[in-house]
Design a protein around this ligand. Structure first.
Ligand SMILES: [Zn+2]
Length: 280
């Protein structure tokens, strides 16, 4: 798919699993289990899905997934599997070397979004994309370095410390268009300063759903995650964003949905829901 001067490619970088109850907050299992696959430990099968944007002069990644630095115990808890998908190898299949990446837009610094930012070279942590700028919102950067007790376990400095040391981080303070046709929706309900790229050429619009819309089942307004720091704020953010996306006939891209890469929206008397799937 192309939007404006960008060619869009979706790349799955790992499979993993999170607790189903945590993924759907107050929604009863009798409802959410009809929408998603669940294992015998009540975990939902998920993926990490990166979006690659290529133009004449830039090669941009949106998020980098779980990465490959995991110890066996954590791999087991989160069922992290990177046997089939590793970001550098997947990029090579599209003819792109890690040195070619110019920018990495980090939606937020939770490990399942930016674990691929760095990698181990022997015992040493190094940037996975040595020539890239890594873009983060200031509010999220501050929280990641001084996390609250609720989402502290998701902020692991091994995913950014070496980037900060090498001066590779670009700390943003607003929703200004960072590249031609790429704006940012800033939301705070899941965690402070989450930035969701909004790619639009005026005809086609796509929102990278991040952890505001991790899966297609999260489109209905009350279906928010128990992981969110401020669930009521997530609800308000969805309420404000969805009608605008519907009016633009926009596409939502899902970072964590194994079965649905992206979709359009439909409006019914019961609210706004996921509609026709779009392949990217
Ligand atoms: Zn998150």
């Amino acid at each position: 798919m192309d939007i404006g001067s960008y060619k869009l490619t979706s790349i799955v970088t790992s499979t993993f699993a999170l607790d189903g109850g945590a993924m759907f907050g107050v929604v009863p299992k009798t409802l959410w289990s009809k929408q998603v696959e669940v294992d015998d430990l009540n975990r939902i099968e998920m993926v990490t899905r990166t979006l690659l944007l290529e133009s004449a002069d830039r090669k941009i990644l949106v998020d980098t997934g779980n990465g490959d630095k995991w110890q066996p115990r954590m791999r087991e808890i989160f069922k992290i599997n990177t046997d089939q998908f590793v970001l550098p190898a997947s990029l090579m299949q599209h003819g792109i070397d890690v040195n070619d990446i110019t920018d990495v837009i980090c939606t937020h610094l939770h490990f399942d979004h930016i674990g691929g930012n760095t990698r181990l070279q022997g015992e040493e942590l190094v940037p996975t994309f040595p020539n890239a700028k890594y873009w983060v919102q200031e509010e999220n950067w501050k929280l990641a370095n001084h996390p609250n007790e609720k989402d502290k376990a998701s902020y692991l400095s091994e995913n950014w410390a070496v980037l900060a040391q090498n001066g590779m981080l670009e700390i943003l303070k607003s929703d200004t268009e960072i590249f031609n046709d790429i704006g940012l929706e800033i939301v705070h309900g899941h965690t402070a300063g989450q930035q969701l790229p909004l790619i639009s050429d005026g005809t086609t619009t796509l929102l990278y759903g991040g952890d505001l819309f991790p899966m297609k089942a999260h489109i209905p307004i009350p279906w928010v995650m128990a992981y969110d720091n401020e669930p009521l704020r997530s609800i308000a953010e969805k309420k404000s964003i969805l009608p605008d996306l519907l009016e633009k006939d926009a596409i939502i891209f899902f970072e964590h949905d194994p079965a649905n890469v992206a979709c359009k929206l439909v409006s019914t008397e019961k609210g706004i829901f996921g509609g026709t799937n779009i392949n990217i």
